[in-house]
Design a protein around this ligand. Structure first.
Ligand code: GLN
Ligand code: ZN
Length: 762
């Protein structure tokens, strides 16, 4: 049985690539040195795969920035605004496209989430007049990698992002029909495949788009593309890889592709394995992705063996391949580098290096040659299942005892609104911010000093109190209506809460690439989650004691905490989310008891957990909304619940957003110039909305009239007594001068519009 991974993390166990890139961009490293580091990483990652006993080693999964960007460059699909740098070396051109060019004010290509992961890819632009053509220097890099691996005696499998997925991820400009470029793209791909095929044992064609709803056009083009690329590959077998979900309606398409093998995400599409085994055409092999590429836990190999058993029995060992569910890009590199976690927890974990080893062990388990290693591996899993770090019967009981009434506010929103108006006495078009204020170097320094034990807890606490007092004073001076405490005590909106909750742990080195040189270190939910005590109450109460204006309590919602963490895999995600929701609910009620009258529960990542196929989305949205309600509904009518989401793609999920039943929602809308508000003309949304009036991602200070104009647009769609005035998102990445200037203008814009509304009414 062949064993392989779909891709290996490229950032390096010690984030070597990140640091090298940043030095290169600063001018402290030559291109030759950067490339040498890249080469070293590739060799090391291949060695990991070989040493783990995998039968194939994957090449072509490395990138200095992003694999989608590399493909665009390889095909010479370079937007006209970068044309003057066409002749540059490919590396610098790629960096320019990814990061923009400040000197000439050339904006970067957009970046967006890679399917439902937290990895972000660069979105290539397709404009009329473009023609795909292989760019020789980029092609040579890839071919050299394949040669290099072969020279090291490795059996190589070259991975390419498939043309249909690539084309689907691109953004057509100026009304272009993207598919008009396909013939050129396919002939370039065919050329590339032809040259790779003579150097490799396999070609892996990634087409995760097959796990999404596809248009009939895309489906037809998919078959054409497979036919053409198979022909180009000649005797080299093509492995068609799908991941992140079930094939569903595209299963027939995948089975009809004529490829030598089909890879199925055995974690996300577990229920589909049997159907695929039954329908697999004679000449096709099945690659089962049974080792999860998206988490950090050891695989239940006994269960995986059972899942593979029927395939092996029916197809025979030669027609079954064992793989990771998707690329290991989404998990950290090596768990043996974890030294700060309790040792038993590291024993339950497998990062990329260990996942490679698991694949070999799984093969041996199936072949009956695993010996004691399998028993040892299983013992770790048994230890995990029984551990008191994982099991908390009280939490389980609490979740089981959740009743429908707990998801329900006492009165409907209109009644609540009347009561809240009496208590809060806010003006028309109330002004507020999203929560955080600038995280200055001083704040970060103090936090670090405290963490290192160089600053006492007392000193740190009084430092933070001083910061809060300043933030309150500034907001008073600006004349904002609803104040915040500024979140200076938080490093990160999820990590902060994870650190206060039972059931979480934190790795020292569990970095995962987010985009380019950026990495995140997600918290780990290892066991049943509960809240030992208040997490935010003293800070908010202190802030409130300094002002007559209402101060918003500021919490991160359960769905966002879930979606930005590594979640345990022994309990359904929705149950973990319910546990988180109960913990947040307790905090909400404590805040209310402490006299806090407005509580914001951020759900910045609400949409991120949404499955790819429409059929599965409803189930997700339904439990996600339920969890938000469980967290937020336990308060009196008078207490105003806010939520915040920092993106604008609401059209398809607006009924679900309404079902969250939050009194006020703030959203990103300045960049799209309020166009997202159009959905509110069709859908009756009885809640207050704060459409962000300026983009906090840039230091630019928008003029009063610019924000006033956006507000006028909002007021053309929404009734004035339901509109709030706020920025698009939190201000923590901004500096103070621009923050004060922008907020002063924002308050002035609100005043201007209040006058206009009043004048119209009289
Ligand atoms: N309250 C958080 C802040 O202001 C929200 C951040 C976010 O939406 N990403 O920073
Ligand atoms: Zn936001």
């Amino acid at each position: 049985m062949e064993t392989h991974v779909l891709g290996f993390p490229r950032i390096g166990a010690a984030r070597e690539l990140k640091f090298a890139l940043e030095r290169y961009w600063r001018g402290d490293l030559t291109a030759t040195a950067l490339k040498a580091i890249g080469r070293e990483l590739k060799l090391r990652h291949w060695a990991h795969q070989r040493d783990a006993g995998l039968s194939l080693v994957t090449v072509g999964d490395f990138s200095f920035y992003d694999q989608v960007l590399d493909m665009a460059l390889m095909l010479s699909l370079v937007p006209p605004r970068f044309a003057s740098w066409q002749e540059d070396n490919a590396l610098d051109l790629a960096f320019r496209m990814a990061r923009g060019d400040a000197a000439s004010n050339t904006p970067a290509l957009d970046m967006t989430k890679w399917f439902d992961t937290n990895y972000h890819y660069i979105v290539p632009e397709l404009s009329p007049g473009m023609a795909a053509q292989l760019r020789e220097d980029v092609v040579l890099e890839l071919l050299e990698d394949a040669d290099l691996a072969r020279a090291h005696g490795l059996h190589t499998k070259a991975v390419l992002l498939g043309p249909i997925t690539f084309m689907t991820l691109c953004r057509p400009i100026a009304g272009l029909d993207r598919w008009t470029l396909l013939p050129g793209v396919l002939s370039a791909y065919a050329d590339l495949v032809r040259r790779l095929a003579v150097r490799c044992k396999w070609i892996q064609l990634d087409e995760p788009v097959l796990c999404m709803d596809m248009t009939p056009d895309a489906q037809a083009f998919f078959l054409t593309s497979c036919k053409e690329l198979r022909r180009a590959a000649g005797d080299c077998p093509v492995l068609l890889t799908t991941y992140f979900g079930e094939l569903g309606e595209n299963l027939t398409l995948a089975l009809g592709s004529g490829c030598a093998a089909l890879h199925l995400d055995g974690v996300r599409a577990r229920q589909e394995i049997d159907a695929v085994v039954d329908r697999l055409p004679q000449g096709m092999r099945l690659s089962l992705g049974l080792v999860d590429g998206r988490n950090i836990w050891k695989t239940d190999l006994v269960q995986a063996r059972t899942l593979a058993a029927r395939a092996v029995h029916k197809l025979g060992q030669d027609r079954v391949m064992l793989g990771s569910s998707c690329s290991l890009l989404h998990c950290p590199v090596d768990v043996t580098l974890e030294t700060t976690l309790p040792p038993e927890i590291t024993r339950w974990m497998a990062f990329a290096v260990q996942k490679c080893q698991e694949l070999t062990l799984l093969r041996q388990a199936i072949e009956g040659t695993a010996g004691a290693a399998l028993a040892e591996h299983s013992a770790c899993l048994a230890e995990r299942r029984a551990s008191p770090l994982v099991q908390d019967p009280a939490v389980r009981q609490r979740v089981a005892a959740v009743e429908p009434a707990m998801l329900q506010r006492t009165s409907p929103v209109q009644l609540r609104k009347a009561r809240q108006r009496e208590v809060l006495g806010l003006p028309l078009l109330p002004t507020t911010t999203i929560g955080s204020f600038p995280q200055t170097a001083e704040i970060r320094k103090a936090r670090l000093a405290h963490r290192r034990g160089e600053m006492s807890s007392e000193a740190y606490e009084s430092f933070l109190k001083e910061t809060i007092a300043q933030v309150i004073a500034q907001q008073e001076a600006l004349g904002l209506d609803v104040l915040v405490h500024g979140e200076s005590e938080r490093n990160d909106m999820v990590e902060y809460f994870g650190q206060m909750l039972k059931g979480f742990c934190f790795t020292a080195n569990g970095w995962v690439q987010s985009y380019g040189s950026r990495c995140v270190k997600p918290p780990v939910i290892v066991g049943d989650v509960s809240r030992p005590g208040p997490m935010t109450v003293p800070w908010i109460v202190y802030a409130q004691s300094l002002t007559q204006k209402p101060v918003k309590g500021m919490l991160t919602g359960p769905v966002t905490i879930l979606n930005w963490s590594f979640v345990r895999d022994d309990v359904p995600r929705e149950d973990v989310c319910r546990q988180l929701a109960l913990a947040v609910r307790d905090e909400v009620q404590d805040l209310e008891r402490a006299g806090v009258s407005i509580i914001q529960i951020d759900e910045a990542a609400f949409r991120e957990g949404m499955p790819l196929a429409r059929a599965a989305q409803e189930a997700y949205l339904s439990w996600a909304v339920e969890c938000f309600r469980l967290a937020s509904a336990g308060v009196r009518d008078e207490t105003q619940i806010h939520t915040h989401m920092c993106y604008s793609e609401f059209d398809t999920i607006i009924p679900w957003i309404a079902a969250m039943d939050a009194d006020v929602i703030s959203i990103e809308s300045s960049r799209s110039s309020m166009t997202l508000l159009d959905v509110f003309t069709e859908f009756e949304f009885p809640y207050d909305i704060g459409p962000g009036v300026y983009d906090i991602h840039s230091p630019r200070v928008p003029a009063v009239e610019e924000m006033a104009a956006l507000l006028r647009k909002a007021l053309a769609v929404l009734p004035a007594d339901r509109v709030w005035v706020n920025p698009d998102c939190g201000l923590k990445t901004r500096a103070w001068p621009e923050t004060m200037a922008a907020l002063a203008n924002m308050v002035a814009a609100a005043h201007r519009l209040r006058d206009e509304v009043r004048a119209q009414a009289s």
